[in-house]
Design a protein around this ligand. Structure first.
Ligand code: FAD
Length: 328
């Protein structure tokens, strides 16, 4: 009989990603509603110290997949180790972040386990008959579908910022289980020797509370310094439209949209971005949207809470000055 709501806790360099805390927090609520135990699964090398953090955010059990072979994420090794653990313990549900890792790992696991997967989930309903119903955007965010998965475990990737992070209880205890790590040699197709991290003081685009993005209206790579200055005043991240990325003005890891990152910050400022549906698919869920565009007919104003019709090269420095006054 399958048992348990499981959350894959993503970590990098020994630090748990915020998305995993969001899912653990929501997982606790789902566990309480369904009467299932909540388990965190942490994979890596030397990750035992993270078990207490997972317990504090609501895990009843913590499964540790601790091995040098899992030190860096690779599709094959993680699929192999996790699939074996899941096949042995048979959880009811396995929830991952809709991150680069989650988007890579979840479909592989679904295929390996022969189960269904709901991806890019933004809400989870507990249904007395259907167990979990996953709400996910379809047609570039213009409609929603509710997905029921009949196979077990019910697999889903959850979009960042869909759920708030609960207040942790540092005294909370969980059963910590050192799980056996067995990786089939044929799954080790790639071995990562080294990883170079981008050194930045800015938050990750998908985790930032404040995102300021630039589009084709930025007119050149050098002008992104304007957005960086404003982002740094408020501790935010810089994003971009695909047009800006395709022009070579900013690296594609900063692209927001259907084929880029999906963000939902408290405040999103779109500068010189027209508001194509593929861009809105990536930022439409932001709490407050400010658009700066010199064309009053630009579609971005249809989704903006506040619209500034004007030249971004005049407006952005003024915004920066005003934000400086607010934070000082
Ligand atoms: P434009 O549409 O050219 O808009 C530039 C805007 O800047 C205009 O509205 C203009 O009025 C304004 N402007 C110009 N100068 C100034 C100034 N000085 N001050 C103020 N405003 C000014 N796009 C994404 O962004 N993300 C995606 O993930 C994505 N995925 C895609 C996937 C597919 C399959 C396809 C087909 C397209 C995708 N696109 C994506 C591209 C998308 O359709 C648009 O082409 C793109 O978003 C346009 O970028 P933009 O708004 O920066 O450029």
């Amino acid at each position: 009989m399958p048992k348990g709501i499981w959350v894959f806790v993503e970590q990098a360099e020994g630090k748990v990603r915020k998305i995993s805390l969001e899912i653990l927090s929501q997982g606790r609520k789902i566990a309480d509603q369904t009467g299932e135990p909540l388990a965190a699964v942490i994979a890596g090398d030397g990750i035992a110290g993270l078990a207490q953090e997972a317990a504090g955010y609501g895990a009843d059990q913590v499964f540790l997949l601790n091995s040098p072979q899992l030190a860096q994420y690779t599709t094959g090794a993680y699929t192999s180790a996790l699939a074996k653990l899941i096949q042995e313990k048979e959880p009811q549900a396995f929830l991952l972040g809709h991150t680069a890792v989650g988007k890579d790992l979840a479909p592989r696991l679904a295929q390996r386990l022969g189960v269904g997967l709901a991806s890019d989930v933004i809400d989870i309903e507990v249904d007395p008959e259907k167990f979990l119903l996953y709400k996910r955007p379809v047609y570039t965010g213009s409609a929603y579908s509710f997905v029921e998965i009949v196979s077990r475990p019910s697999l889903a990737t959850v979009r960042a910022k869909s759920f708030p992070v609960a207040e942790p209880d540092p005294a909370r205890q969980a059963e910590v289980i050192e799980a056996a790590v067995t990786i089939d040699p044929e799954d080790l197709k790639v071995i990562v020797k080294d990883v170079a991290y981008l050194v930045t003081s800015r938050p990750a685009l998908t985790e930032a509370d404040f995102v300021i993005s630039g589009g084709r209206g930025m007119k050149g790579k050098e002008n992104f310094a304007l957005l960086e200055e404003l982002a740094d005043v408020v501790g935010g991240a810089v994003g971009a439209s695909r047009a800006a990325v395709d022009s070579g003005w900013i690296d594609n890891q900063f692209q927001v949209g259907q084929t880029g990152s999906i963000v939902a910050p408290t405040l999103y400022i779109a500068c010189g971005i027209s508001g194509a549906i593929q861009h809105i698919a990536g930022m439409g869920a932001s709490k407050v949207i400010i658009a700066v565009n010199k064309d009053p007919e630009a579609p971005i104003f249809n989704v903006a809470d506040y619209g500034i019709v004007g030249d971004l090269f005049e407006v952005v420095p003024l915004l920066t000055e005003e934000f400086k006054k607010l934070v000082n």
